[in-house]
Ligand binder design. Sequence first.
Ligand code: ASP
Length: 482
Amino acid sequence: MTDIATVGSSSLWKPWTWKLHWQILLGLLFGVLGGWALASYIQSRATETLPAAKLLVEHPLWQLAQTIGDMFLAALKMIVIPLVLSSIILSIASIAGRSGFARMGIRTLVFYALTGIVAILIGIVLVNTIRPGVSSTGKPLLQMEGIESFSSSFNVESEKLKKSAAIDAEKAGDTLFTRVLAVFEQLIPSNIFKSMVDLDLLGIIVWAILFGFFTNRLTPELLTIQKGFWQGIYEISLGMTELVLRFAPIGVMMLLIASLSDNFVKLSGDNRIGEFGTALTYFAFTVVCALAIHAFGVMSFIMYAFAKVNPIRNLQAFAPALLTAFSTASSNATISVNMECAEKRARVSNDIASFVIPLGATVNMNGTALYECVAALFIVQLFGFPLDVSQQFMVVLISLLTSVGVAGVPSASLVAILIILDSVSKQIGGGVDLAKGLPILLILDRPLDMCRTAVNVFGDACGAVYVAKMEGEDPLSQPIVD
Ligand code: ASP
C-alpha cells in the first residue's frame, strides 16, 4: 500500500489504497461525525413521552452500528487467547534456557513500574495545579447530603459498581492490604479453561510462562513437536489478526457511532450536569493534558533518549494499535493489533513482543493509573476535603497498585476508583462516603476511557521497543510496511 503523504492525486480519492493507519483515522473521523449527527437527529425527534435515549436505542441505524461494532470487538477478542497462549509459550520456550531471560523480565517490569509512577506523578501535579473540582467561590460544589439526588440513572450504575466492588471487598476482608493480596491471588489460575472463558489474562499469562518454561526442558523430539504445534497456532492467529485489521476502519467507525451517539444523548439529557459543567470541563482538560504530557512528552523522550529511536516513527508504527485502543476503549481487545504492529511494523522480535505486550496489556496501565489518581482527587476536591501530602501519597500508592489489577475492558478503572475513594473516606472518618461522588465520573467516562486506553496501549508498545533495544535488537530501523 502507498503512504497518503506520497500518493498522487488519483490515489488521494481512493482511501482503500491508503496506509492502514490513515484508513483507520478516516474511519475514526467519520465515526465521531456520524455519532454526533445521529445524536442530533435523534434529539430533534425526541418528545416528552419518547425520550432521546430510548429513541436512540430503538433506531435501526444505531442498532446496525452497535451490531457491526460489537462484531468487530468480538473478532478482535476471539484471537486473544490463541495468540497470547501460543506467542508466550513459544517465546518462553525459546528463551527460557538463555541467560538473558531473567534480565528481560526484570527490564520489562522495571520499565512498567517506573513509567507508571511517572504517569501518576504527572496526574497528581496537574490535578493540584489546575484544581478542577474547586469552585471560584471556594464553596464545595458537592454536599454529602445532596448527592443522592444527583441523577437517578447514573446512581443505578454506580450502585452496580459498588456492589461488585463490595463483593470483592467482602471476600478479601475489606482492608487495603487484603485487596492488594486479592490481585496477587489472581496470579495462579485454578482452572486454565475457566480463565480462558473469563478472559482472565493474568492467570493465562502465568500459566503460559510456566508451560513454555517446561516445554523448554523437553527432549529434542518432544520439543520439536510442541514448538511446531504452537508455531502453527501462532501463525494462524496472526493471519486472522491481519484479516480483522482489514475491517478496522469500518469497525472503528461503527463502534464510535454507537458509543458516541449514546454518550452525546445522555449528556444532553441530564439537566443537572449544568451545575458541574465547568468543573467537568476542567476535569476533562486536566486528564487529557496529563495523558498527552505522559504519552507525547515523557514516553517520547524515553524513546528518544534511552531507546534511541525516532519517537515520530514509533508513533507511526503503532498508530493502528493506538487508534484501535482509542475506539474500543479496551486494552485486551487491542493485544493482537499491538503485537502485529510491534512485529511487522516496528520489527521487534517475536520473542520480545510476545512476552512484553500481553503482560503489559494486563499489568501496565499508565493511563489508567494516572486517571484513577486524578479522578479520585477531583471527587475529593468537589466535596471540599483538603488532603495532606501523606494522604495524597496514599492515593498515589493505591492508584499504582490497583491499576495492576484493573482489567483491560471499558470502564474497568471505576471499580479501582471506588476502592481509592473508600480508603480516603476511612482516613477522613466521620462517616464520610466519597464514593457517592462516583456518578459524576460516569458522565464523561467513555471519551476519557478512550484516551486513557490509548495511553495504556502506547505504554506497552514503548515497553516492547525499549526492551528490544536493550536486548541488542534494532527496532524501527526499517521502513514501516503494512
Ligand atoms: N479501558 C481501560 C483499558 O482497557 C481500562 C480502564 O481504565 O477502564 O485499558
